[in-house]
Design a protein around this ligand. Structure first.
Ligand SMILES: *[C@@H]1O[C@H](CO)[C@@H](O)[C@H](O)[C@H]1NC(C)=O
Ligand SMILES: *[C@@H]1O[C@H](CO)[C@@H](O)[C@H](O)[C@H]1NC(C)=O
Ligand SMILES: *[C@@H]1O[C@H](CO)[C@@H](O)[C@H](O)[C@H]1NC(C)=O
Ligand SMILES: *[C@@H]1O[C@H](CO)[C@@H](O)[C@H](O)[C@H]1NC(C)=O
Ligand SMILES: *[C@@H]1O[C@H](CO)[C@@H](O)[C@H](O)[C@H]1NC(C)=O
Ligand SMILES: *[C@@H]1O[C@H](CO)[C@@H](O)[C@H](O)[C@H]1NC(C)=O
Length: 506
């Protein structure tokens, strides 16, 4: 009986979630991990075991509807067709899922979804109070050790999802934080063509316009999970302003995200809670060899070793990036020039010609942290990933404020997964890049940050230059006047050195 109640609660919870937030969750709901659901490609849970009431249609909660996918052509390096189960996501798995009536968009609230939700405020991790910092660290710690209440991960690719011998499906429970890591891994993993034959030129969340919208949603989903976990709907994840131009990882200290272990600097200090964080989804080559997926088992400790003799990005880099008016430009890839996205992602620098060895902003910081952070399939294991990407998102937010009407997010010919209306892999229920390409307050959060100055620098420099010229002029006049007066009064020490030059021509 309690089991049934629990199941109902989960299902109702899911639909309410869908109603309120359009389902800010990913991979598949546990309720849809059954053989029936996979075989029918239908993920429309029934809140009270009444087959007629899929998605809670009777109570006006939702409706079971066909999944819409982007049919526009994609460009880029993935030239294969119909061999990757993430193509036209999520239709290889489900073609029908819950769509909700009267859904509240992200950022709205109230029974009729007509009340603006006060945005949660993302602050600088360095300016959190001791208490706020403790809440953040504890939320992370709980997320690492709590099984995700609604979602499970697929541990085999689509064709292997049902074990015909046991008539069971290959799904696994995973912790809230590890789901966050798994999502990132799944979006960058290779196409599995056969044992030891991975196709690597595919990435649903980097090297294209979706880099920004994908990570935005990824952070939002973690933020919501943490809010639920600690029961505080005002909780917000902080950001790390990495644009210090310095050479130190200032958040790598034990009362923030962990210092280095003195006896093995590539590990986290034993005094940090992150010392014991086992990483998941790290053995990409192993999964490729076995033609399988990351199953969420822990694979060893977190590794991090900030590089010595390294310069982090500067506010000047941020400022230059924010001058770029085009969100992205053809070919919408790592070789796009004058692209805000490509510059922020870090394959291009705003002020120089394209150079493939160049790494800027986001990429540079990952490179700096090295260890687990340097591998994109594994990077999200390090909690620094959260605060690094939050700052990246804050820069995008400032760009959106400056160029609100710019429509340069491509609708087609971006790499697979990166077209504007593509459903982001592996989020479920489906959500497009376009839905995240809006101001953050419309999604229910904002930043306590001032990047407004970044980019005003030319005019700042002009004003400063004018002031300086004026000062010099005044100084010259003063010196000239003094010189004259000195001539009149006969100085005690003869100061020919400067006077000659300024007065000669006069
Ligand atoms: C497998 O299980 C599903 C539902 O659990 C059932 O409908 C189906 O008949 C089963 N198939 C076999 C081969 O046992
Ligand atoms: C997964 O977690 C759910 C809820 O915590 C539990 O009911 C279920 O038995 C777990 N499944 C496995 C395979 O551990
Ligand atoms: C999960 O993956 C790990 C690492 O690839 C592997 O050693 C382990 O056998 C897998 N577990 C299951 C239950 O498949
Ligand atoms: C630091 O980098 C500079 C320039 O790349 C190099 O000349 C110098 O030798 C490096 N110093 C150390 C201690 O590695
Ligand atoms: C960009 O890179 C892709 C893939 O390497 C290549 O096919 C394309 O020609 C390049 N485009 C430009 C403009 O360099
Ligand atoms: C976006 O900015 C670029 C560069 O100024 C401009 O060419 C383009 O027309 C703008 N697009 C829109 C929709 O305003």
């Amino acid at each position: 009986m309690t089991r049934v109640v629990l199941l109902m609660k989960t299902l109702v919870g899911w639909c309410v979630l869908c109603l309120v937030s359009r389902g800010v969750r990913a991979q598949f709901p546990r309720a849809c991990s059954t053989v029936e659901a996979i075989e029918s490609k239908r993920c429309c849970p029934t809140p009270n075991a009444d087959a007629e009431n899929a998605c809670g249609v009777h109570s006006g909660r939702g409706i079971c509807d066909a999944v819409r996918t982007d049919m526009r052509p994609w460009g880029g390096t993935y030239t294969l067709r119909n061999v990757d189960d993430r193509e036209r996501w999520p239709t290889k798995f489900f073609t029908q899922t819950c769509k909700c009536f009267g859904e509240c968009k992200l950022g709205w609230t109230g029974p009729n979804c007509n009340l603006r939700k006060a945005p949660v405020i993302r602050k600088n991790i360095m300016s959190l109070s001791v208490e706020e910092r403790q809440i953040f660290l504890e939320a992370l710690q709980r997320s690492k050790h709590t099984i995700h209440p609604q979602y499970v991960i697929a541990t085999e690719h689509w064709l292997g999802l049902i074990d015909r011998q046991t008539n069971q499906t290959h799904f696994s429970n995973i912790s809230v934080y590890d789901l966050f890591v798994w999502q990132h891994y799944y979006s960058v993993r290779d196409t599995l063509l056969g044992p030891g034959r991975p196709f690597k030129a595919i990435d649903f969340s980097h090297k294209g316009p979706a880099f920004i919208t994908w990570h935005r949603y990824h952070l939002l989903s973690l933020e919501r999970d943490l809010q639920k976990l600690i029961g505080d709907k005002n909780f917000a994840i902080p950001y790390w302003n990495f644009a210090t131009g310095g050479s130190e990882c200032d958040v790598c200290v034990d009362d923030l995200l962990g210092g280095a272990d003195p006896s093995n600097p590539s590990l986290i200090s034993p005094r940090s809670q992150f010392r014991d964080w086992g990483i998941v989804c790290d053995s990409l080559d192993e999964y490729n060899r076995l033609v399988t997926l990351c199953n969420g088992t822990r694979e060893g400790p977190l590794r991090r070793s900030p590089k010595k003799n390294f310069t982090l990005p500067t506010m000047g880099d941020v400022r230059n990036c924010l001058q770029l008016q085009d969100f992205d430009r053809p070919p919408y890839f790592t070789n796009s020039t004058f692209s805000f996205r490509n510059t922020l992602e870090g394959f291009d620098k705003a002020d120089i010609e394209l150079d493939f060895v160049v790494m800027g902003l986001h990429n540079l910081v990952h490179d700096f942290l090295s260890g687990t952070n340097a591998l994109s399939h594994s990077a999200a294991n390090d909690p620094i990933f959260v605060v690094l990407h939050t700052f990246t998102d804050a820069i995008f937010e400032e760009w959106l404020r400056r160029f609100p009407k710019n429509d340069s997010f491509p609708e087609e010919m971006a790499p697979i997964g990166h077209n504007r209306y593509y459903n982001m892999v592996p989020f479920f229920p489906p959500v497009t890049n376009d839905e995240l390409y809006i101001p953050s307050v419309d999604l229910g959060y904002s930043y306590q940050i001032d990047l407004a100055d970044a980019g005003q620098s030319p005019s700042v420099f002009i004003v400063a230059g004018l002031c300086l010229s004026l000062l010099i002029l005044i100084l010259l006049l003063f010196l000239y006047a003094r010189q004259k007066s000195r001539r009149e009064y006969e100085p005690l020490v003869s100061a020919k050195y400067a006077a000659v030059k300024y007065t000669e021509d006069v």
